[in-house]
Design a protein around this ligand. Structure first.
Ligand SMILES: C[S@@+](CC[C@H](N)C(=O)[O-])C[C@H]1O[C@@H](n2cnc3c(N)ncnc32)[C@H](O)[C@@H]1O
Length: 274
């Protein structure tokens, strides 16, 4: 029995599943909601673990992008969580901290030591929420991508507070699309599979509620795109010029080129499982 059902049970006396009648309309609704939450938790348990599910999703999107091999960079993957998912690629990892041999120590918001256009694919999972200045990370990622290169980022719209080393941001699909607006967007959507993942649950997912009591309503969000335009922003240095051009476009009422693409995100905010 879930915590919600228990709580409702405590409030009303007998366990909710034993309550068959005599409930007010409001309590009947509460009971229905508690049961629905329990079903959602059980559904989540039916999905594969996070790394497996997201590894498969990245692989699917990578396949759709047409990038078939070469060099892949995982940002913030200090324990190399996705290393084995791309056997056709030379795997590299960049992180603020080194915990595994071969990890490049660096900051994705400013890494001039890494050559431009040196990766065929750049991915990250649960990293963008920890990047202090994500508006600097996107142009660096674009700079590091070869023309035709693929990028994928899964981050959080709603999640418990989890500093690693610092917890800065939460995102919508629109925010990610805006950061990567110099790319051709393949897809940017909410990912609700873990919505009722009970992080106060059992086994390896067991964690205490955070400082604010939070551990539920977990929504991911992801972005997948391709660098088609060889003249796309060339790193942080190109940002100011781009911002100026955007300001002029807004002043003249010109439509932001990403607006049409974002409309599809708004029309269909729920991801298909590939
Ligand atoms: C929550 S961990 C995610 C680890 C791994 N990607 C996973 O899915 O298990 C976030 C990682 O991002 C790294 N990170 C945070 N800001 C970064 C930055 N600006 N540049 C590179 N790595 C960064 C952190 O050091 C940390 O290893």
């Amino acid at each position: 029995m879930t915590e919600q059902l228990r709580r409702l049970g405590r409030r009303r006396g007998p366990a909710p599943e034993q309550q068959t009648g005599g409930l007010s309309e409001a309590d009947a609704k509460l009971l229905e909601q508690a049961k629905a939450r329990q079903r959602l938790e059980e559904n989540f348990e039916a999905f594969p673990p996070r790394t497996e599910r997201l590894g498969q999703h990245i692989k699917t999107m990578l396949g759709k992008s047409g990038v078939k091999g070469g060099r892949i960079l995982e940002i913030g993957g200090r324990a190399n969580p996705y290393k084995d998912w791309f056997p056709g690629f030379e795997y590299n990892c960049l992180d603020l901290e080194i915990s595994e041999p071969g990890v490049i120590q660096g900051d994705i918001t400013n890494c001039p030591e890494i050559e431009s256009e040196s990766f065929d694919a750049i991915i990250s999972v649960d990293v963008f929420e920890h990047i202090r200045e994500p508006w600097l990370a996107a142009p660096e990622i674009i700079r590091l991508l070869k023309p035709g290169g693929f990028t994928y980022h899964s981050t959080l719209f709603s999640w418990r507070y989890h500093p690693c080393p610092v917890d800065y941001w939460r995102y919508t699909p629109e925010a990610l699309s805006f950061l990567f607006k110099d790319l051709r967007m393949m897809q940017a959507q909410f990912d609700t599979v873990e919505r009722r993942r009970n992080l106060a649950g059992k086994g390896k997912h067991r964690v205490e509620p955070d400082a604010f009591g939070g551990f539920r309503e977990n929504w991911r969000v992801f972005y997948a795109g391709v660098k088609e335009d060889p003249n796309a922003a060339k790193g942080v240095a190109a940002l100011t010029a781009r911002q100026q051009a955007d300001a002029e476009a807004r002043a003249t009422g010109a439509l932001d080129p990403s607006e049409a693409e974002l409309k599809t995100v708004r029309d269909n905010p729920y991801p298909e499982e590939d």
